[in-house]
Each structure stands twice: as C-alpha cells, then as structure tokens.
Design a protein around this ligand. Sequence first.
Ligand code: G
Ligand code: G
Ligand code: MN
Ligand code: NA
Length: 250
Amino acid sequence: RALELDLREAMAKDEFSLFYQPLYDLNLDRICGFEALLRWHHPKRGLVPPDQFIPIAEEIGLICPLGEWVLNRACEQAVTWPSEMKLAVNVSAVQFRDPDFIDVVVNALAASKLSPRRLELEITESVFLANSNETLATLHKLKAQGLRIALDDFGTGYSSLSYLRSFPFDKLKIDKSFVRDATATHGSKSIVRAVISLGKSLGMTTIAEGIETVEQLNHMRAEGCNEAQGFLFSHPVPVTEIAAKILELR
Ligand code: G
Ligand code: G
Ligand code: MN
Ligand code: NA
C-alpha cells in the first residue's frame, strides 16, 4: 500500500504526534525553549521520518491542514510551559504561500492564548523561490502579530545576501552541516564566523544546529553564537519529557 494513501488517512486516525527538541541559550547558559518536530507513527511501518512524508504531504495538498494541526497542537502544549520558554515551529514553503496562512497562525495563538512573543516560525530559503513581494508582505503581516521569524537551514538553500537585507528575519539557524565541520575544516569555520558576524550586524540572533560534541559547543560559544541546539543537549523528546528536560537543562 502506498505511503500516500496512508498519509491521507493518518490525521483522522490520530497517527501524528509532536516531539520537542530543547533550544539552549549560550549567554544565559540554560534552556530557552523547544522546537516542535512532527512524527508519524505508521501502524505497520513504525516511525516514518518527516523527510519522507512532508514532501508527499506538500504534493498531495495535505501540508496545509497538517501544518495547521501542528501549529494548534504546539501552541496548546507550549502555553503550559514556564513563560520564558519559547516555541519554534517549522513551516513548509507551500504552507507559507497559502492565502489562509496568516489566519491559521492568528487563530492558533488566539485559541491557545499563547503570547505571540513566545512563538518563532522557522521558514527555509525555499520560500523565496516564489513571488518575493508576496513573501515580503506575508512576513510583515506575521511580524505585525508580534511573533519572530527564523531562517532555518541557513546556507544550504538558495541563499542570497540580498534576502537578509530585504526581509525582516529575527534569527538565523546555522545549518548543521556547517556546525559539524566548523571544528575541522577551515572553510566551514570561516563561514560560521561570517554568518554570526552578519547576524550580529543585522540585529539577528544566531543559533547553531546539530551540536553533538563539547568541542562544537565551545567553538560556537567562542564565536559569539547566541543559541545552540543538538543531540549534545538532547534528542527530540515526547511531550511527556518536557518538564524533565526543563529541570535538567536549566
Ligand atoms: O525531526 P527531524 O529532525 O527528523 O526533521 C527532519 C526535517 O523535517 C527537518 O528539516 C524539519 O524542519 C522537518 N520538519 C519537522 N517537523 C516539521 C513540521 O511540523 N513541519 C514542517 N514543514 N517540517 C517539519
Ligand atoms: O531542518 P530542521 O532544523 O528543522 O530539522 C531539525 C532536524 O535536525 C531534526 O531532524 C532533528 O532530529 C535533527 N537534529 C537535531 N539535532 C541534531 C544533531 O545534533 N545532530 C544531527 N545529526 N541531527 C540533529
Ligand atoms: Mn527547523
Ligand atoms: Na535546520
């Protein structure tokens, strides 16, 4: 049976859940929030990774209802956390371009009563493949709600420095491929240094993804990166482990 058919039924069958990975503040030296990461528990195949089903969901028009479910569920859960914990939610480029997207975000915030200041939407450079006037208008409307926008996987996509000048990002997420090599290769080290410096001068926060070793952590801290995320702190965990993670990483 094709994955696509199962995916169409998965929402009604309640087969999705959200895992959460801690975000760590390198200046305060403690946990500062979580990124929501979607999981599909397939009855026969087991856990299907998002890399496998999100592209299909985008193709078959399921990403908008699915993304709406993610936003609603994540906001509902985050409002129960200590108020200094922020929530990062991934948004697909297809979802971002949907004319109803702003309303979906506004409704999720209103229904959950989560303060917009606690919400960070992660978009990727692929949103810029489409009409840039519309993209810019959507970003401004979202920011007018009081939430923050992070550019995910920064450096791996269709990056253009002109985007950074024209679009109101609050945060750059330095892709794990650069982080992984930053302690080994000169090229990646230079790129990481340049991105952090660029972020600083443009007033954007920087976060290093995929921190797996103490060496990588120390390196990013020394480079002046603001936040970090990765298996060194924690793998993504189910919602039942949130409270323990907050205690462990505070
Ligand atoms: O969770 P994992 O680390 O396996 O994530 C793999 C990819 O799936 C990442 O690129 C991540 O951004 C993406 N992803 C995870 N959850 C969501 C989600 O809720 N919506 C979208 N659009 N992408 C997600
Ligand atoms: O692309 P995005 O940043 O949204 O996706 C996060 C993805 O990165 C998830 O699949 C998550 O499981 C994965 N991830 C998180 N921390 C680490 C890490 O330290 N090492 C590696 N290899 N992957 C990580
Ligand atoms: Mn992300
Ligand atoms: Na990423």
